[in-house]
Design a protein around this ligand. Structure first.
Ligand code: ADP
Ligand code: MG
Length: 358
């Protein structure tokens, strides 16, 4: 690699939740210092970082001050305002770049990009009014899913339009904001692929994970997923097309629906992803270390797992059983240091390892 950042360099992270925390921990193992920028002080990442900055996203001066102390900057979530990204980029290289955010922050732009990259998506319609919604439904049929174009996560900002759903109520419940209507995919299972792309275009791709959700929130990822080689190859091709199309530097994830062996792209996360947490204990180089390697311009690490893994999220009150989990020798416990175990909140996760090919 040209000009890799040496150990001792400072890597800035925009966003200070659990992904930022696990990025910071991995960065520190490689000898880097991390600085965290987040509007909320003292979050999960700030407490394991060398330094943290708390200021609103629209405080360009604060973002620039933070960035001026960093040798490179990355982010842990995709809803960073464009102005904050530009302020950061005026002082230090931001990896991944603006394009990765711009093409994935908005579900409509994202779906168009995925198709332009030569991958399949469900059919969709642009919805800005009730009449758009009616027109979209007459084309896509029911059930369909109405999603806000921006700021959705963990199933939030989505309404399933069933036969009996009243459209005016649904449109009001969604907040009457720019939306995308998606045909309902009759998938047999959900898969995801986590990949890293270096500045020179080289890629490192982990095996697929098979994922299950409860109440819109990821509960379980099993990896490597049991897939045939055609499916595996098709997922790798999708990851390559999307990584190259974004000009991405760093880790990203692609969520997939498996429909009779055909892979339909659901969404892209331009960052480390919950369905890649299994790599922390089942691979020599986790997705977090991998991301830091790419951001720092180091060579990418190995993605071949030494074990199979089941990752289970600890959501809300699950975490009160930490002593039981900690006393199970077969369980690798990861806690995020969040003080309040609110319902639906991701508090930690466990990885259980198994021999490969079991
Ligand atoms: P989020 O940003 O909340 O993860 P997703 O678009 O991934 O949003 O939707 C969350 C979950 O809802 C998906 O993992 C899948 O289970 C289900 N889902 C989303 N879109 C569709 C669709 N078009 N057809 C069927 N199920 C869907
Ligand atoms: Mg999703």
């Amino acid at each position: 690699m040209d000009n890799p950042l040496p150990p001792g360099s400072v890597i800035g992270i925009l966003g200070g939740g659990q992904l930022g925390r696990m990025l910071a921990l991995s960065a520190s193992r490689l000898g880097f210092d991390t600085h965290i920028f987040d509007p909320a002080p003292n979050g999960p990442a700030a407490r394991v970082a060398a330094r943290s900055w708390a200021a609103p996203w629209d405080d360009d001066g604060a973002v620039e001050h933070f960035a001026s102390k960093c040798d490179a900057i990355t982010f842990e979530f995709e809803n960073i305002p464009a102005s904050a990204l530009a302020a950061a980029a005026s002082k230090a290289p931001v990896r991944p770049g603006r394009r990765s955010l711009e093409l994935t922050q908005d579900r409509l732009i994202e779906k168009q990009f995925i198709r332009d990259a030569g991958c399949q998506t469900v059919d969709f319609a642009d919805v800005n009014s009730i009449s758009d919604l009616e027109a979209g439904l007459s084309r896509l049929g029911r059930p369909a899913i109405l999603k806000t174009r921006r700021f959705g996560y963990d199933g939030k900002g989505q309404i399933v339009i069933r036969d009996e759903t009243d459209l005016e109520t649904a449109w009001r419940d969604l907040g009457e904001q720019p939306a995308i209507l998606e045909a309902f995919s009759p998938f047999q299972r959900e898969l995801s692929i986590v990949a890293a792309r270096a500045a020179n275009g080289e890629m490192a791709i982990y095996p697929l994970a098979e994922n299950s959700h409860e109440g819109g929130i990821l509960r379980l990822s099993k990896a490597p997923a049991h897939v045939d080689s055609a499916t595996e190859n098709s997922a790798i091709e999708i990851a390559r097309a999307i990584g190259a199309g974004l000009g991405h530097i760093g880790v990203f994830a692609v969520e997939l629906f498996d429909v009779d062996g055909q892979l339909i792209v659901n969404e892209i996360a331009p960052r480390v992803h919950n369905t890649g947490h299994w790599t922390m204990d089942a691979c020599a180089c986790s997705q977090f270390e991998q991301h830091m390697r790419a951001v720092a311009g180091w060579s990418l690490g190995d993605t071949i797992p030494h074990s199979a893994c089941e990752m289970t999220n600890l959501i809300g009150g699950d975490v009160t059983n930490w002593q039981g989990l900690a006393s199970d020798a077969a369980t690798c416990l990861h806690l995020y240091g969040k003080t309040e175990a609110r319902a639906g909140r991701k508090m930690g996760h466990i990885n259980r390892l198994f021999p490969l090919n079991d």
